[in-house]
Every structure is written in C-alpha cells, then in structure tokens.
Design a protein around this ligand. Sequence first.
Ligand code: NAD
Length: 474
Amino acid sequence: MQFDENTIRSVVAQVLAEVGPLPKANGSSSHAGGQYGVFYDADSAVNAARTAFEQFRAQSMATRKQVIDIIRRVSIENCEELGMMEMNETKIGRPEHKIEKLRTLGELSPGTEFLETKCYSGDHGLAIIERAPFGVIGAITPVTHSLPTITGNAVSMLAGGNTVVVNPHPSGKLVATEGVRRFNEAIVREIGIDNLICVIAEPTLETAEALFKHRQVALICVTGGPAVGRAALNSGKRAIVAGPGNPPVVVDETADLDNAARCIIQGGSYDNNLLCIAEKEVFVVDSVFDAMMAAMRRAGAVQLDADQISKLTSKAIVKVGDDQHDAACKDFIGRDASVLAQAAGVSVPEGTELLFGETDEHHPFVTVEQMMPFIPFVRARDVDHAIELAKFYEHGFRHTAIIHSRNVHNMTKMGRELDTTLYVKNGPCMASLGLGGEGYLSFSIAGPTGEGVTTPNTFTRERRCSMIDELRVV
Ligand code: NAD
C-alpha cells in the first residue's frame, strides 16, 4: 500500500479529530484532552504519562508482559502499512527495510524476560536486588528509524515498568504519531490504560528542551547525533545517550575476501546505509587491496573511478558551519545507489545495492558519517596501519568497528585499540545485534554513557530488600 504525504496528514488529522480537543502548546498542565498518547506539548504529555505510570505500577508482571505483547503484535501486524508510511514521510532508506525493521523490532526487542533479579544468601539472612522503574522516561528518536526506535524503546522501557514520552524527529513525526496512537488504542482496548507511550505530535527543539527540564521526567534516553547527545548530558538529569558512529572496517591479508565483500554489501547497503552501526569506510592492507576490489565487484557492488567519485562528492558533500566543515548533503542521505550513481554520472544495473571506490584517507566519505550507499576503500600499508587509520576515523565515538581476518592476534589488537561498544569479526554489522550473530537487538546503543545495547535493565533502578538473620532455610 502506498501513502503519500497528504494521505498521512489526513490520517493524523482524523486521529486528532477523534481524540478530541488537545492541550494547547504552553497551555495548562491538564492532560484531559489527550487520548491514545498523542499530545502537542511536553507538560501535558508528561503529566498523562505520569498518571499512566501510577496505573501501570499497580498491575501484575503478567499484565506488563501482555502490554509488551500488544506492542509487538501491533508493530508486526502493521509493519507494511507503517513501514511504507515511514518511507513516504522520511523519503530516506529502502521500503523493504523500513518494513523489516518494524517487524524485527516487534519480534526481538528485549522484554520482561530480560529483567534480572539477584540474591545474596548467607549467615545474616537474604538480600534480594530487584529492578525497579524510574517512572516517566523522556525519549528522543532519530529520523533514520523513527517508529522502529519508538517500538524498541517502548518494549524495553515498559518492560522495566516505566512509561515514556517521545519527542520524535520532526521529519518522522507523522509515522511516530500514528504508530503511538495504534499502540495505545490496542492497549486501551485490552488493558484499559491509556498513555503508556506518549508522543509529541509537533516536536521542536523547544518541546525537547521542555521534556529534558520537566520535573516529572526521571530519566532521558536520546538516540541521535552529537548535538542531541550534548543537549541530553547538559540537561542536569541522568541521560542514556545512544550517539553517532562512523564504523570502520579493516580487511587484512588473511581474510576470506569473498565473505568480506558479501558482508560489507549486506551491512553497508541496508536501508541505504542509515544504520548507525553500518560499515562506513574500509581500510584494506595493500597486498590484498586489488583482490578485495575484485571481490566487491564479484559480489555485485559497482565500482566508481576517481572522476566519478569526485563528481559524486561535489554533490553529496557540503560545507557547513562557521568552520566550513564537510557534512553529508541531506538530499543524498539514505538515497538509493542509483541516485548516487546518477550524481556520479554513471548508470548502474537495476537492483544495485552499493557503490564503492578507492579514495585516500582524507576523503570526506571517510571522515564524515555520510549515511549513503557509497563506501570508500583506502589502501593501508599493513594491518597495523589499517588499525591505526580505523581508530583515527572512528573519531573516538567508541560505537562500532568491524574486522575481516583469520588472524586472532590482529582481531585482538584492533579490539583493544578501538575500544568500541560493538566489535564484529567476519560478519556484517547487524550480526552484532543478534541478526545473524549471537546476542540481542536494540536500536538504541548507548556508547557515550556506557550502557551498551539497551535492554529493560538499562531503564531500571536497582533496589535492595534485606531480611536480617532469617529466611535462609538451607
Ligand atoms: P539528529 O541528531 O539530527 O536527530 C536525532 C534527534 O535529536 C531528533 O529527534 C532531533 O530532532 C533531535 N535533536 C537534534 N538536536 C537536538 C538538540 N540540540 N536538542 C534536542 N533534540 C535535538 O540525528 P538523525 O539524523 O535523526 O539520526 C542519525 C544520527 O543518529 C546518526 O548520527 C546516527 O549514528 C545516530 N544514531 C545512533 C544510534 C545508536 O544506537 N547509537 C541509533 C540510531 C541513530
């Protein structure tokens, strides 16, 4: 099903008509008008989420799990419709991946089963350590995965017993609003509690700021680039920051080059390179550089020559800010390989997923988190040089790094040097999130603040309950 912007707007208008008079921006703190989690100002949304939290905390764990199951079901059953809505609204990425992300996050986001209880038992009785909710969480979500991030955050945050208010990216607000409305509508129908997940339907930097500052917001979780991470850390509240990356790949002389090529294409072209974990630049040791380029061509990627790369760069990279630094041009972020190829002056076979080519290390496609399906390949003298370059161009984000190698020493060295939250050996980036590798999935990977791949435990407080000298029955 296709949804153009007018259709989406009319769906949202219909929603807003149904939910009745909404609180005005900067209006009273009453949230009486809000329904199904849709609000226009932070104060009303947070107050509604706080009321919902009080109702939610009185429920059993079984009910909490039921709520999680509803979010999963809505996300999976609506993945095609909402995925296409997200595609048509944001106009970045690939439709099949927009759909797949909603389905996968619905299926695999960590739920109540992740909550950990610890117990200490000894001569002085028992101490039980349990995971308690914070209350209302303020969440900021990116345009690259608007509703998928909300889905994953909602599952894990509610599994922890919290409620959440989301300030989505303005360019993904319509699908965010419609998704949240559907989640709440189904939860109200089955459980009778509204506003467990709230969304600000007209998000701005001011509504984000109001969320950060609100007395009733106990915890902040932001997923996005450097600016929002800084803003969250300056808010004076505890913040979980899932920040930017620029994931480097190292290919050494021992690697299975055909496997490396397939993995780089799979990870680097997924949703047109919008994943924060996606392969962004590749450092290949000189002795296998040409063989690696041939492996990429064999695997179906299209190689650009120096002239074509330069044409593409002149359009896809722009100068911004007082210091005129390089940045990705919005018109090219997340666009199809064929669009990039056209900018480079070449036409590519239908179905081409990824472009690649040789650049030097200073090329903007290496230095910038470009989020486009063109991957620069840089020659390194040897593996030590490749690791050195990878470390430099990861920019200290400590986000994600990848190596293709059969040499355990090289793997170990790179792991130690780069010190990233995710480190993949011989697989595509998504294998680090349990998609083709071990482990579990979340689209909020908290590198800067250290929580890693977020789970319900991330969104809980530790509480200890001690029984003195009794109840140790062994
Ligand atoms: P973005 O930084 O432009 O926006 C992210 C969110 O922050 C949006 O909702 C935006 O409105 C908000 N925002 C931006 N500046 C703000 C400020 N000063 N105060 C309050 N809110 C502010 O990023 P994007 O283009 O939407 O998403 C891509 C970025 O997100 C990339 O850098 C990517 O690496 C990162 N990302 C990280 C993860 C992770 O798990 N670590 C996951 C997905 C995306």
